[in-house]
Design a protein around this ligand. Structure first.
Ligand code: 6PG
Length: 232
């Protein structure tokens, strides 16, 4: 696990964009495709805008997935898909059939089942995701894996519905077995409001984000100085 502290948010998103592009180019060079899962929430948006504005990548060879989604229609402002659509998808030449969104408008269980089938089909050849972007909540949740929730003990399924202690409550999330099979996992955390969760993570508290540990891949935390403010 690599913990990288950046002086500013700007520096963090510059670093994140460089790594996204490098991991992407390597995957396309080695396997012809780059399978990446985006994270939701507010934190990654500047990264998506930067990827659209300044990163060279063969977007025709990129398959986009989501680590989780809120059970709302795709045009809903709370939709992780909608947020990425505005900041990235509408600005890069990625083919529509390579955008694998979670159908938040469906019944949560139906949406989870459908996404699991789609993921197993997409990964049948590639085997695993090349990169998963994740955020961390103030309670240490990541994707829609929340503290003390039964979804943390899932060992078979790759995607499950979740009734979360957050708004909106119904969500669909990737599970730890799928996340921990990825080649690269990149956490982004910015701002003082994340400092306690980052400190608790560093102290080894059993937070959901601490259960992300790729079995045969690398794990990197990019944090800015504000998010690192409670670390030694
Ligand atoms: C979601 C996210 C979630 C997010 C954290 C941090 O759908 O909300 O996937 O896991 O990454 O809640 O959210 P912020 O970046 O908005 O602080």
């Amino acid at each position: 696990m690599k913990l990288v502290r950046l002086d500013t948010r700007e520096a963090l998103f510059t670093q994140a964009a460089e790594w996204f592009a490098r991991i992407g180019a390597d995957a396309i060079g080695e396997r012809g495709r780059f399978l990446v899962a985006l994270s939701g929430g507010k934190t990654p948006r500047p990264l998506y805008e930067r990827l659209a504005a300044s990163v060279e990548l063969d977007w025709a060879a990129v398959d986009l997935f989501w680590a989780d989604e809120r059970c709302v229609p795709p045009a809903d402002p709370r939709s992780n898909y909608q947020s990425a659509r505005e900041a990235l998808l509408d600005r890069v030449p990625i083919p529509a059939d390579r955008i694998h969104r979670i159908a938040g408008e469906l019944d949560p269980l139906a949406a989870a089942d459908a996404y699991e089938i789609e993921l197993r089909r997409a990964l049948a050849e590639a085997g695993r995701l090349d990169l998963i972007l994740l955020g961390i909540g103030m309670d240490g949740h990541t994707a829609s894996l929340f503290p003390r929730h039964q979804t943390l003990t899932e060992t078979e399924r790759w995607v499950v519905p979740v009734h979360a202690p957050a708004a909106p409550p119904w969500r669909v999330t990737m599970t730890l077995p799928l996340i921990n099979a990825a080649r690269h996992v990149l956490f982004l955390a910015t701002g003082a409001e994340k400092a306690e969760a980052v400190r608790d993570l560093a102290d080894g508290k059993p937070l959901p984000a601490a259960m992300v540990y790729p079995t045969n891949g690398d794990l990197t935390f990019l944090i800015d100085e504000d998010a690192a403010s409670l670390l030694p």
